[in-house]
Write a protein that binds this ligand. Sequence first.
Ligand code: IDP
Ligand code: MG
Length: 151
Amino acid sequence: MSSERTFIALKPDAVQRGLIGPIITRFEQKGFKLVAMKLITPTAELASKHYAEHDGKPFFAGLVEFLTSGPVCAMVWEGQGVIAAARKLIGVTKPLESAPGTIRGDFAINVGRNIIHGSDSTTSAEAEIALWFKPEEISNWTPVANKWIYE
Ligand code: IDP
Ligand code: MG
């Protein structure tokens, strides 16, 4: 399986609650590689584009308002199978149904305050990375631990 990249965003609730460190730790401990990260308070335009698939749903306006309410920690993570694996680390959308041990399962209660976003497919990962990051904001680097993570 070849390496791939996914877009991960720690939503304003995660930032406000001081959960950036514990969440990033889970991705690092798994063995994935951080290749881009920035704090950004998204405009309504950016938030609406990011969640365009949900435009028209009852929660859309509140979702955009929430995402624009403060800094988001936007990241790109890289590794074999990282898109699907990140979704597993994150847990299902409703935190009360997310398994203990997952990020949402351990740190959240309400669906509207579920602290983290992760791309759900190769197509959305590519689109979301391009939406949130310029190419020059992504670092290409080789962790020295790679040979101990991949055989
Ligand atoms: P995902 O984040 O697990 O991919 P989606 O169904 O794509 O879940 O929904 C995107 C985001 O919209 C969710 O993470 C959550 O913040 C919000 N959301 C989804 N459904 C509801 C809802 O019924 N009420 C409030 N917010 C919702
Ligand atoms: Mg989604």
